[in-house]
Design a protein around this ligand. Structure first.
Ligand code: FE2
Length: 289
């Protein structure tokens, strides 16, 4: 089979979130999304749940210093390493405690690291915590950032690494410059996206549930914890997924999603107008620019 990219297939495996109070942030995610806390030798905490994991560390509040994608095999990792080297991308060792030795990292135009590797399989056998959140379905699925350098970010993720563009959002007038780019590395519509924004910052990450009733159950669970929904429920135009978002104690957003589009083979990226409806068919949107 001819794969469309050396990155194909890859999935979001985990991301690192930093806080000036990492213990409180880890406690919040453990209780709210359902994770077991696994302290690491490097001072970080791996949060392991059902098809989802995060790394929490001490650092600048509401920062997200790296994002880690899981490849399918050691030969795929070796091929991606050769591809990146051939594109002149500087390789570093992965800092993640989740990945096995040999994982690699590259630095994007915003300074964030992007990691590629193979996870330590024993993490998947971690006993789940008791409580309702751990039983709710939500596979860690995508991460999104906001950037003042959208054109440079697009060239890096698309041309240098090999993420496939699923959709661009474009200005409706003038030169119709891109305002958002959605990328995939397997048939799911996006595992990564970049918004044009007046500031460079993390935006959100998302857990993909199994069906609409899971959105109800997650929202009822949030209500039981007195966590208000920050945006939604709604249905994104781009990606077509049902969603809501909550805000964590550091002001970073987490999304519960379902019904994310599966992109058929052979689709060349499509375009959407830069307007509220593109991000929420049902109503108001969170516009980053
Ligand atoms: Fe999202």
């Amino acid at each position: 089979m001819q794969y469309p990219s050396p990155l194909w297939p890859a999935q979001l495996d985990h991301l690192r979130l930093d806080s000036d109070d990492p213990a409180a942030l880890a406690d919040f995610y453990a209780a709210t999304i359902g994770f077991t806390q696994l302290p690491q030798d490097d001072g970080t905490v791996v949060l392991q749940g059902r098809s989802r994991r995060l790394v929490i560390g001490r650092g600048e509040r509401r920062s997200q210093p790296w994002t880690a994608f899981r490849l399918g095999s050691a030969p795929q990792l070796a091929a991606l390493r050769d591809h990146l080297t051939g594109r002149g991308v500087a390789l570093m060792a992965s800092p993640s405690p989740v990945f096995k030795d040999g994982a690699i990292a590259v630095r994007d135009p915003d300074g964030r690291l992007v990691l590629f590797g193979l996870p330590r399989r024993e993490l998947d056998a971690t006993p789940l915590p008791k409580g309702e959140a751990a039983a709710l379905p939500g596979r860690l699925q995508h991460v999104v950032v906001a950037s003042t350098r959208l054109p440079e970010m697009m060239r890096f993720y698309e041309d240098a690494i090999g993420f496939l563009p699923s959709d661009y959002v474009l200005e409706k007038t003038g030169n119709r410059e891109p305002t958002t780019a959605f990328y995939r590395s397997d048939p799911e519509h996006h595992c990564f996206a970049v918004f044009r924004c007046p500031e460079t910052r993390p935006d959100h990450h998302a857990y993909e549930a199994d069906c609409w009733n899971d959105i109800r159950d997650w929202a009822d669970f949030m209500a039981s914890r007195r966590i208000p929904l920050w945006w939604g429920p709604g249905r994104h135009g781009v990606g077509n997924n049902l969603f809501f978002m909550i805000e964590d104690p550091s002001g970073y957003l987490a999304e519960i999603s379902t019904e994310l589009e599966i992109v058929p083979d052979g689709i060349v990226r499509r375009t959407w107008p830069h307007e509220e409806r593109t991000l929420n068919l049902w109503g108001r949107s969170f516009m980053r620019s």
